[in-house]
Design a protein around this ligand. Structure first.
Ligand code: PBG
Length: 309
């Protein structure tokens, strides 16, 4: 069976699609995966403020359109870039095993976050990363940056900033792990929902192809994804709100930590809880409601207002 997989054309997206292809081939001897590369507006548009269109799924919409048009049997995305409400007519069928979840600092001068001098510019396109940096180092300057992993590294080298915060998974998957100056520990620097997880999407009701993808589903990453995404959905957060979360499956239990920050990093609401693995989604919803009651609702509304939503 030919098995076209729709993907963005960035190096990281191609790595993720190749990993999916390899897993499908290993699980099913009759499947011949092929990559359908889609150049999306999110890749082409280097000028807009990423925070503004984070919620509509700019990175995934055109790839999923190819899926919905029947040009592919499945589409492959960074789960982190997927909106909590999937594009109409699609469903999440599988996830690959989770890569490293941490954010990392890449600094031109080799300084760690604590060592950067006051006024040093730290580049990120993420409200979450900006808020986490401001919470720990309020005297640093946050500057906006756009583009794929390679573009960001080039901009850093060209002097647009003294340091970058980005995902460890993205750098390591591209073989750029030697660029990392500091792995930011997840307790102080909670990752984004779904960070490090590759998501595989099928058409709703297309059980033939769904079954093939479901067979390669990593069950730990799946439960972690369910918990983190249920949390974000409950918080009504998109993919670019100052929310960090980290779910971990250990034996039969899932533990979830979550934090909502004000954009300036001065206010923090956090909570953690655990539950039997089978209750991953309920755990995310519970923690989300707790955070909302503890003051997260206002922080999220303020963050939305700050990006003009
Ligand atoms: N928003 C871009 C994006 N989407 C997924 C990754 C990296 C891989 C991952 O976190 O799963 C990145 C780059 C980054 O955040 O530095």
């Amino acid at each position: 069976m030919n098995f076209p997989l729709a993907t963005r054309a960035s190096q990281l997206a191609l790595w993720q699609a190749e990993a999916t292809s390899a897993a499908l081939k290993a699980a099913w001897s009759d499947i011949r995966p092929e990559l359908l590369r889609i150049t999306s507006k999110g890749d082409a548009d280097q000028t807009s403020d990423l925070a503004r269109f984070g919620r509509i799924g700019i990175f995934t919409v055109e790839v999923d359109r190819a899926l919905l048009e029947g040009r592919a049997h499945a589409s492959v995305h960074s789960l982190k870039d997927m909106t909590t409400t999937l594009h109409e007519g699609t469903m999440l069928s599988g996830v690959l095993g989770r890569g490293p979840v941490e954010d990392v600092l890449v600094s031109r001068g080799g300084e760690r976050l604590a060592e950067l001098p006051a006024g040093a510019r730290v580049a990120t396109g993420s409200l979450r990363r900006a808020a986490m940096v401001r919470a720990q180092r309020p005297e640093l300057e946050i500057v906006q940056i756009r583009g794929n992993v390679e573009t960001r590294l080039r901009k850093l080298a060209e002097g647009e900033a003294e340091a970058l915060v980005m995902a460890r998974a993205g750098l390591e998957r591209l073989g750029l792990g030697e660029q990392i100056t500091e792995v930011l520990d997840t307790r102080r620097f909670l990752p984004a929902v779904g960070q490090g997880i590759v998501g595989i999407v099928c058409r709703q009701g297309d059980w033939t192809h769904h079954e093939r993808v479901q067979a390669i589903r990593d069950l730990e990453a799946w439960d972690e994804a369910l918990a983190e995404r249920a949390l974000l959905r409950t918080l009504r957060g998109g993919c670019n709100v100052p929310v960090g979360a980290h779910a971990r499956v250990v034996e039969g239990v899932i533990a979830l930590e979550a934090r909502v920050l004000s954009v300036d990093g001065t206010e923090v609401v956090e909570a953690s809880a655990s539950a039997p693995r089978g209750d991953a989604e309920a755990l995310g919803e519970l923690l989300g409601r707790q955070l909302l009651e503890a003051g997260a609702a206002r922080l999220i509304d303020d963050a939305r207002a700050s990006i003009g939503e």
